[in-house]
Design a protein around this ligand. Structure first.
Ligand SMILES: [Zn+2]
Ligand SMILES: [Zn+2]
Length: 334
C-alpha cells in the first residue's frame, strides 16, 4: 500500500521542541506524495493556547490547500490541574502539573468547544502522555493508561486516539533503550479484555485509532519484539472494525518520516489501506449548510468523522468523511 495521508504532525509552534516550519512541511509532503495531512501541535492545558494561536497563524500564512488541515493534539489531563493552573499559582506549567494530583482523579482535556471554534480546529487528536499520579508499577500504569484511552475514545471532542500504549520512558537502560516495564518485554501483559473494551468504545463513538509511526512503530528506543506485538494489536483493532489513521508524529526540522518502511510493516501484518481521511475543506458557503452525506446538519451540530457533536454551532467550512460504520448518534459527555 502507499500511505498518502498523515494526521499527526508538529510544527515549531509546539511546546515540546518540535522545529518544523510549515512552509517546509507543505513542500516536503508534496515531494513524498503525502496528499492529505494535518498540523497537530500540542495542547496540554489552556496554558498552551498561545502556541495554538501561533500554529494557526503560520498555517494560514501558507495559504493552505483544501487537503492541508488544521488540527490539534491534546493530552489526557486532570480536572484538578486545569483548576490549579487557572488559579495562576504555578509558574510556566508547560506540561500541566505532573505531580501532586490523586490517582483516579477526574480526567479531562485542555480545550472546549469554544476553543475549537475560535481557532477553527478541524479535528482533535487526543493521547495519553503520562501516568496520572499512579505509582510507577506495571499493573497500576496499565490500568491507568487503559482508563485514559477509554476516556479519550468516548470523548465527544476527540476524533482520533493517538498512539495507544505509547510510553515515554521511566525505566531506561544505560544504552537509552527502554527496559522491560511496563509492557515492552511482553505486550500481552495488557489484558486482552482491555483491547476489546477499547475497540468497542472506538466503534461505538466513531473514534479513530492512530497508527503512530514516529512514537511507536519506528521508535528506536522500543524493542523489536514489542513492535511486532504492537502491529498485531493494531491489525486486531482493524479486524474488529476500528477505523485506523496514520500519524507520523513528526517533531523534526524536516518531514523525513519513512512511509515506505511503515507501509511494509503494515502490509506484513495484514493491515489494509482502508484508512481514515478527512475530506478536502470545502468552500465556506457550500459547506456551512451541507454535511458529508449531503444532508443539511441540524442547527447547532457539527458532523465530524461520523461524530455528531453538540458544539453550540458548526465548525467552520468543514466537511468530514463519514465512517462506513457511522451511526451518527450523539455522544454523551464523559
Ligand atoms: Zn502524543
Ligand atoms: Zn504528537
Amino acid at each position: 500500500m502507499k500511505l498518502l495521508s498523515d494526521w499527526h504532525i508538529h510544527s515549531r509552534n509546539s511546546c515540546d521542541g518540535a522545529c518544523l516550519m510549515v512552509s517546509d512541511l507543505v513542500r516536503e509532503a508534496k515531494q513524498k506524495g503525502v496528499s492529505n495531512f494535518g498540523l497537530t501541535d500540542h495542547l496540554h492545558t489552556p496554558h498552551n493556547l498561545p502556541d495554538i494561536a501561533r500554529s494557526r497563524a503560520e498555517f494560514l500564512s501558507n495559504d493552505p490547500s483544501p487537503h492541508f488541515h488544521f488540527g490539534i493534539e491534546v493530552s489526557c489531563v486532570s480536572q484538578w490541574e486545569i483548576r490549579e493552573i487557572a488559579g495562576g499559582q504555578h509558574k510556566n506549567p508547560v506540561y500541566g502539573l505532573r505531580s501532586g494530583g490523586k490517582a483516579g482523579c477526574a480526567l479531562t482535556i485542555g480545550i472546549m468547544a469554544d476553543d475549537i471554534r475560535k481557532y477553527q480546529i478541524e479535528y482533535v487528536v487526543g493521547g495519553a502522555h503520562w501516568p496520572m499520579y499512579v505509582p510507577m508499577e506495571r499493573e497500576a500504569v496499565i490500568r491507568d493508561y487503559h482508563r485514559q484511552n477509554m476516556f479519550l475514545a468516548a470523548h465527544p471532542l476527540v476524533d482520533i486516539v493517538a498512539h495507544p500504549w505509547w510510553w515515554m520512558g521511566h525505566w531506561i537502560d544505560n544504552n537509552g533503550k527502554y527496559t522491560a516495564e511496563p509492557w515492552f518485554d511482553d505486550f500481552s501483559v495488557i489484558p486482552r479484555s482491555m483491547h476489546n473494551e477499547f475497540a468497542s468504545a472506538a466503534i461505538e463513538f466513531n473514534t479513530v485509532v492512530e497508527v503512530n509511526i514516529g512514537a511507536n512503530l519506528l521508535n528506536r528506543q522500543y524493542p523489536e519484539g514489542f513492535v511486532a506485538q504492537y502491529l498485531e494489536y493494531l491489525a486486531e483493532l482493524q479486524s474488529q472494525g476500528v477505523r485506523l489513521s496514520i500519524g507520523s508524529d513528526c517533531h523534526a526540522a524536516h518531514y523525513d518520516t519513512d512511509f515506505e518502511k511503515t507501509s511494509r510493516m503494515l502490509e506484513s501484518t495484514g493491515i489494509t489501506d482502508d484508512l481514515w481521511c478527512l475530506e478536502p475543506r470545502a468552500d465556506k458557503k457550500k459547506s456551512s449548510t451541507v454535511a458529508a452525506d449531503g444532508v443539511p446538519p441540524p442547527l447547532n451540530r457539527s458532523v465530524c468523522a461520523g461524530h455528531v457533536v453538540l458544539l453550540g454551532g458548526e465548525r467552520p467550512s468543514l466537511r468530514y468523511k463519514r465512517s462506513r460504520r457511522a451511526s451518527g448518534r450523539a455522544r454523551a459527555s464523559p
